[in-house]
Design a protein around this ligand. Structure first.
Ligand SMILES: O=C[C@H](O)[C@H](O)[C@H](O)COP(=O)(O)O
Length: 224
């Protein structure tokens, strides 16, 4: 199967996972990226069975609206029963690196407000140790150089993602050469640097369920 076919398969599996629980007043949390887009496209078929969605990016909000799915502000919703999103890397504990599409901060906020985080990914995203994928860090623009120097002290090789402005008006540093042995500790340590908005480690709040697509089918994993 191609990677696109695997993304379709996990998007379909996520629909199967949530469909029995949808009610007319359900508001879902929806992620960002090519895998989440496939989920959004499949969700369109069910749009009369639930109330709407909170989106983790302007791009996902636009796609949802394009399918006639109402998009709500998180502040008016409070919590969502499910957050469905992709990942750039995921380990056996269902800790993730996210933010390849620069949506990490809003993703982390919606995930924090979700009862359950369903991660959908093709098998290429499954790793033993996080860090081959460069870890994104969203920074306040005026703090970029300072944060970069602090990240070097932690062992990373941060590179400014030129030309990218996040939905929050900030910038991204991608941390290369950064193998992460303790994702929970490193997530907190990076977030403690002044000028960091958030980083792409989703470990303190990882996924609850991973739907992992491979040629053998879609495997359903829960955190170890
Ligand atoms: O900022 C983007 C998000 O964290 C995405 O969920 C992540 O990059 C995975 O995207 P894709 O499904 O396109 O591989």
């Amino acid at each position: 199967m191609t990677q696109d076919e695997l993304k379709d398969a996990v998007a379909a599996a996520a629909i199967d996972e949530i469909e029995p629980w949808l009610e007319r007043d359900t508001i879902l949390g929806i992620g960002t990226g090519s895998t989440a887009n496939r989920f959004i496209d499949r969700l369109a078929r069910l749009r009369d069975d639930f109330k709407g969605a909170v989106a983790s990016s302007e791009a996902s909000a636009e796609r949802l609206r394009g399918h006639g799915i109402e998009v709500f502000e998180l502040n008016s919703v409070g919590t969502v029963p499910y957050y469905i999103d992709g990942a750039d890397e995921v380990n056996a504990h269902l800790h993730m690196i996210k933010g390849g599409g620069a949506a990490l901060t809003r993703e982390k906020i919606v995930a924090a407000c979700a009862d359950r985080f369903i991660c959908i990914a093709d098998a290429s995203k499954r790793v033993e140790r996080l860090g081959d994928f460069p870890l994104p860090v969203e920074v306040i623009p005026m703090a970029r150089s300072y944060v970069a120097r602090e990240l070097v002290k932690l062992g990373a090789d941060p590179v400014y993602r030129e030309g990218v402005v996040t939905d929050n008006g900030n910038q991204i540093l991608d941390c290369y050469e950064f193998m992460i042995d303790d994702p929970v500790a490193m997530e907190a340590r990076i977030n403690a640097i002044v000028g960091v908005v958030t980083n792409g480690l989703f470990a303190a709040r990882g996924a609850d369920v991973l739907l992992l697509g491979s040629d053998a089918g879609v495997e359903r994993l829960t955190s170890a």
